[in-house]
Design a protein around this ligand. Structure first.
Ligand SMILES: *Cc1c(COP(=O)(O)O)cnc(C)c1O
Length: 462
């Protein structure tokens, strides 16, 4: 347990939602009924839910007050203008198009900009970004540095773009060999464990892209966490506010897509924001048919109002310091137990290296799923497998199974929902899983869907 007083949660609690740890026999029955798949568990059977940090944040009293005063006008809602002001003051982008989620913003950006055969460059695209790129018959290109991909390298900015590879891609674009519609920088890099991108890397990538006349956009889902890491880890930023850092960062781009379900501190929502009116006009052409009128974009006025307030709270230093420390506290406790994990700790969760927890278990028996089920049985904790169950697939040409690089289990921490005491319970469950690791069964698939099987698969222990 942490002994020196580093400061506790920077909020007090004025509304509670009861949660219950089911007795062990009931947890056993629940996971069996769910086909040993945590996606099929009713949330009520879960004590501490670390499935995702998306849409799971607790809103503040001020956000709830904003909900009550949201303006539901179809056009020109007051809540839209509040959101526009919040976004402009933090991102520096004047032109705002709300959407119902982050992926809707991606859909619009891709529809505006991407043609078949294009190469969409980025550090590492999120799943939905990758999906939208493929839907446009374009090619998603991940240019994250080699060090960023090595789980043993403890570097400060493992979300950085490899600038040499970026230059090669842009030179091919300039020579007409290929077309690059834009560079998309994802901050923090979700699919690489929530690792941040440095300001120096963003600046260099942006200068290079602009020299070649290629626009730069941000996938800003966790922009505040990225800015906090810049403040902590990059020389020259320790005296700046998060908003000052965000303004500099977004200044290197032409606009962004945002999933407000992360650093918007709301349960639903997203947006596109642009520096130029021209890009905005093109986005609205697609926003209106797909999402809704320009000033609501598939959201209720009250959702816009809660997001306008949430953005002002997510850039507060006290909030971010606690957020990042809480994730770090869970990681430290796992280190003390000896549970292997991906380093360094990212912004929004801890990634257990299940392949190293169960080195003897063949990958066909899903070691990540074995650890995930063991955590649930030990303490009602729901994490998620990000290994062979989620990502292994059969190569259509060779007929052989292609395995992902690693067998991971992610414990994603929702924002402002759990206390550090809850994290201690999670660590205790991990300790029990670790003690019993020699006895953990592997799993075999009883049912699987042809695509995205991990969401609905049924398994049995073997
Ligand atoms: C969640 C996420 C998205 C997609 O946003 P949704 O709101 O879930 O549609 C896009 N990019 C990143 C980095 C994300 O984490």
């Amino acid at each position: 347990m942490r002994m020196a007083p580093r400061g506790a949660e920077p909020f007090k609690i004025k509304m509670v939602e009861p949660i219950r740890l089911l007795p062990p026999a009931e947890r056993q029955a629940a996971i069996k009924a769910a086909g040993f798949n945590i996606f099929s568990l009713p949330a009520e059977a879960v004590y501490i839910d670390l499935l995702t940090d998306s849409g799971t944040a607790a809103m503040s009293d001020r956000q709830w007050a904003a909900i009550m005063s949201g303006d539901e006008s179809y056009a020109g809602s007051r809540s839209y203008y509040q959101l526009q002001q919040s976004v402009e003051s933090i991102f520096g982008y004047r032109y705002l198009a709300p959407t119902h989620q982050g992926r809707a913003a991606e859909h619009i950006l891709m529809t505006m900009m991407v043609k078949p055969g294009d190469r969409v460059l980025g550090n590492m695209h999120f799943d939905t970004t990758l999906g939208h790129t493929l839907l446009k018959n374009a090619e998603p290109v991940n240019l994250v540095t080699a060090a960023g991909l090595d789980p043993q390298v403890d570097a400060p900015f493992k979300g950085n773009i490899d600038l040499d590879r970026l230059q090669i891609e842009l030179l091919r674009h300039a020579s007409g060999e290929q077309h690059v519609p834009f560079v998309l920088i994802t901050v923090t890099c979700n699919n690489n464990g929530g690792q941040p991108v440095s300001m120096a890397n963003i600046r260099a990538a942006s200068e290079m892209a602009r020299r070649f006349g290629v626009p730069v956009f941000f996938d800003a889902a966790r922009f505040a966490e990225n800015c906090y890491f810049i403040r902590e880890r990059e020389p020259g930023y320790s005296n700046k506010t998060i908003t000052e850092i965000a303004r500099e960062m977004f200044g290197y781009g032409d606009g962004c897509t945002m999933s407000a379900k992360k650093d918007g501190l709301v349960n639903i929502g997203g947006f596109l924001a642009f520096a130029s009116e021209d890009l905005y006009r093109r986005a609205v052409e697609w926003q209106i048919p797909f999402e809704g009128f320009a000033t609501y974009g598939g959201l209720a006025g009250r959702d816009l109002a809660a997001l306008a307030q949430g953005l002002t709270e997510v850039v507060e230093l006290d909030y971010l310091a606690h957020r990042i420390q809480q994730v770090g506290y869970l990681a430290e406790m796992l280190d003390q137990i000896g549970v292997p994990r991906v380093r360094p700790t990212g912004g929004h969760g801890v990634y257990i290296d299940a392949g190293a927890v169960l080195p003897e278990m063949p990958r066909e028996l899903f070691p990540g799923q074995a650890v995930t089920v063991a955590l649930y049985l030990a303490g009602g904790v729901r994490g998620v497998e990000l290994g062979s169950l989620a990502f292994a697939h059969v190569d259509p040409v060779t007929g052989e199974t292609v395995y992902p690089a690693r067998e991971l289990v992610r414990l994603a921490v929702p924002r402002r929902v759990y206390t550090d005491r809850h994290m201690e319970h999670v660590a205790a469950a991990a300790a029990e899983m670790w003690t019993r690791r020699a006895e953990l069964p592997g799993y075999a698939i009883e049912y699987e869907a042809p695509v995205l099987r991990h969401f609905t698969a049924r398994l049995r222990p073997v």
